[in-house]
Write a protein that binds this ligand. Structure first.
Ligand code: SIN
Ligand code: CO
Length: 381
């Protein structure tokens, strides 16, 4: 388990989240790297893993994308190997990400791990998303500036950089230190020696993505098919004109769709999608409810598969008869009276047998657990 130290969640959220960069000195005491460079290099051999090497030699930037048969040929000059979504493949890396669970799952993206040699980095740049960068073994100098008008350029077609900027943070991070960088803050990390870095990445949907997904949801479920009507239509001189009143009426017509009860269901479904759907944890055999019950009685533990986001909308007080949550946009419903233990189960990374646990006696739970395990969303330890 990784537990944040020297860190006040409330203070961080009020003062820094999406506002100011900061350093959390020794955020992880006695930090143990969840991976090493050999594990990282091994991952880059897989077709499904998104990796790249950024190198700088003789004043020239190069970017090469994995998968790699022979990674060494790209490791020239000062180089960094960057591997996306390591949390999906390595359970220990997923545990490191879980230390940031005070921010909702649906706001999280993935854990990117980089290994750099001395003097390496990807150059000064901007990112659109928040990031916590944890320093693993080795040390790295981090400079962070304030948002402004930076002219970005591409020293290589796959690499966006900005010119030098004025740093408001300029510090060397060592193992267990963390830096938080809000979106659009210029930053640059230069390895002072061989080092590992872990970037907990976040995501924030655009209005375009949300509207497009909401429309797909309406079509798939054959809802929101009401047609515009205008019983008070008045005669007009210019037949192509949409009157201001009508613009307003159309706006309200569309606003009704956002007011509908469906909206929160769609939102939970939309936010439950992850970037990478890992097939790693799919079970070879499927379990019957009876087998799951027996396994629990024997003391078995079930673990939420890395990368799985179980998302639900907070229920209104006199809510529905059923509680529904989503994983990868797939809906799971059980009677609302079981909500309390269910949300505890969904939020915990692991479920173990305990005689006092009310859920274990409930058939809905064992049925649900077997469906989740058979779908690869939870797995038997
Ligand atoms: C890195 O880990 O090398 C780069 C992280 C970043 O600056 O976004
Ligand atoms: Co960055």
């Amino acid at each position: 388990m990784y537990q944040l130290q020297n860190f006040d969640i409330e203070h961080f959220l009020t003062e820094y989240w999406q506002k100011k960069p900061c350093i959390i000195k020794q955020g992880f005491k006695d930090f143990i790297d969840p991976v090493d460079e050999h594990i990282l290099a091994g991952l880059t051999e897989e077709d499904s893993v998104d990796s790249r090497i950024v190198s700088y030699e003789y004043q020239k930037w190069q970017v090469n994308h994995g998968p790699y048969d022979d990674i060494n040929q790209h490791c020239i000059g000062a180089w960094s190997l960057l591997v996306q979504s390591v949390d999906h493949y390595i359970p220990q890396a997923d545990l490191l990400m879980r230390a940031f669970d005070f921010i909702p799952h649906w706001r999280m993206d993935d854990l990117m791990v980089s290994y750099s040699n001395e003097n390496a980095g990807v150059g000064p740049h901007l990112d659109q998303y928040d990031v916590f960068i944890i320093q693993g073994k080795g040390s790295r100098r981090w400079q962070v500036g304030l948002p402004g008008k930076y002219q970005s350029f591409r020293p290589h077609c796959d690499l966006s950089q900005i010119p030098e900027f004025t740093a408001v943070i300029d510090q060397v991070l060592t193992a267990g230190d963390i830096i938080y960088i809000p979106p659009n803050h210029p930053h640059n990390g230069i390895a002072l020696e061989e080092c590992l870095n872990y970037s907990v990445g976040f995501r924030a949907p655009t209005q375009q993505e949300m509207l497009s997904s909401f429309a797909d949801f309406a079509i798939d479920n054959n809802v929101l098919a009401k047609r515009y009507s205008d019983p008070k239509l008045q005669r007009r001189t210019h037949s192509g004109e949409i009157k201001q009143q009508e613009v307003l009426a159309f706006k309200q017509f569309l606003q009704q769709t956002l007011e509908s009860e469906l909206f929160s269901e769609w939102l939970a479904s939309f936010m439950s999608q992850s970037k990478v759907v890992s097939e790693e944890y799919e079970q070879e055999q499927s379990f019957t409810v009876q087998e799951i019950t027996e396994l629990l009685a024997q003391g078995a533990s079930f673990i939420r598969s890395p990368g799985v986001k179980a998302v639900f909308a907070e229920q209104p007080l006199n809510g529905n008869d059923n509680f529904t949550f989503y994983i990868e946009s797939q809906a799971f419903s059980i009677p609302a009276e079981h909500t309390n233990w269910l949300i505890d189960f969904l939020s915990a990374p692991q479920f173990s047998h305990s005689p006092e646990n009310p859920s274990e006696k409930c058939l809905f739970f064992t049925q649900l657990l077997s469906t989740l395990v058979n779908s690869g969303y939870w797995y038997l330890e």
